[in-house]
Design a protein around this ligand. Structure first.
Ligand code: NAP
Length: 310
């Protein structure tokens, strides 16, 4: 019996039974993206399936944007249990599903699909994945924190911001290079930030600012948790997400980037005496919640964690 190919394509999906005939268990779960060869999702989901005693293979599907609609139909034909969705398809899948959760609707993006009697149901597990990862890294809940999200114009930043607002966090500062996107998001979240029991209204608790040192400096002494939701930090030549001089020992720093495992932002934070964590925890927990939506049972978290090597 063979191991799955590193990556399957739309051609394979058109004749899935033949393309996967040599596997010892049916391939009925996948991560769908373009590119997708780098995805670490099989590393955590295959050990989870093994630990749970589920005879199923989890594979990578490289699907170009123009083939996405067809691919979703083919998943139904091939009797898939579900898929994870990664770049660049999270918004397009949001448009294509038959139904979705409120969280996915709020975020406008789907990263997990459950096939339920041929219906595609969309979820977003990035948002609760971040919440759980922050709790695990810092023993703190979003609800109790004053939070700054850098990169509030992207999909991951929006997922984080929606979760923070749904949890009625103490304060939310949205930072973005293109400030108009952060301002638009702040408007969208204003009703969610209204929470009974908060002394200040949403105007004081929800702020959008440009990604500029002076603007961040004005806000950062009223911040507990700094989240990087930009891709900055993946390359050595990337600029600082937050200038090191603005970070102090009381800050918690969550970097969604996990490659490299210790980013420049994390190194700077730790040099200032602050606590820092990378995005592997978020990757793990979004996968845990996806598994639980597919199988309606508790996920074997430790098998997934060791699969990821964390
Ligand atoms: P995206 O949609 O491309 O968002 C990019 C965001 O970063 C935008 O706000 C953008 O600002 C900002 N940005 C990009 N390059 C910048 C630069 N050079 N200077 C300043 N701002 C810049 O990406 P995404 O899908 O949201 O993902 C963001 C990061 O989170 C990626 O590294 C991704 O791998 C990571 N991520 C991790 C997890 C996890 O599980 N750990 C999950 C999801 C995403 P503008 O709006 O001005 O363009």
């Amino acid at each position: 019996m063979a191991e799955p190919k590193d990556v399957y394509t739309i051609q394979d999906l058109r004749n899935w039974t033949a393309a996967t005939a040599d596997l010892e268990a049916p391939a009925r779960l996948a991560v769908l993206g373009d590119p997708v060869a780098h995805s670490r999702s099989p590393q955590m989901h295959q050990p989870a399936l093994l630990a749970a005693g589920i005879a199923c293979r989890y594979v990578r599907l490289h699907i170009a944007p123009e083939d996405l609609r067809e691919a979703l139909d083919r998943l139904r034909e091939a009797d898939f249990i579900g898929v994870n969705v990664t770049i660049p398809h999270k918004n397009a899948v949001f448009e294509a599903v038959d139904d979705m959760t409120d969280v996915a609707r709020r975020i406008g993006a789907v990263n997990t699909v459950v096939l339920d009697d041929g219906q595609l149901v969309g979820h977003n597990t990035d948002a609760p994945g971040l919440r759980r990862a922050v709790r695990e890294a810092f023993s703190m809940d979003l609800t109790d924190l004053r939070i700054m999200i850098v990169g509030a114009g992207g999909g991951a930043g929006k997922a984080a911001a929606v979760q923070c607002a749904m949890d009625h966090c103490e304060r939310l500062v949205l930072v973005n290079r293109t400030v108009a996107k952060a301002e638009a998001l702040a408007e969208e979240l204003r009703d969610l930030m209204n929470a009974p029991g908060r002394l200040e209204g949403p105007a004081n608790r929800l702020v959008a600012i440009p990604w500029e040192e002076r603007a961040m400096e004005r806000e950062i002494d009223q911040i507990d948790l700094i989240i990087n939701a930009t891709p900055m930090g993946m390359k050595r030549s990337d600029p600082e997400v937050v200038p090191q001089r603005l970070i102090d020992p009381s800050h918690l720093v969550y970097d969604m980037v996990y490659s490299p495992a210790r980013t420049r932002l994390m190194a700077n934070a730790e040099a200032e005496g602050a606590k820092a964590a990378n995005g592997l925890g978020m990757l793990l927990w979004q996968g845990v919640f996806a598994f639980e939506f597919w199988f309606n049972r508790e996920a074997p978290v430790e098998a997934m964690r060791s699969g990821l090597g964390t």
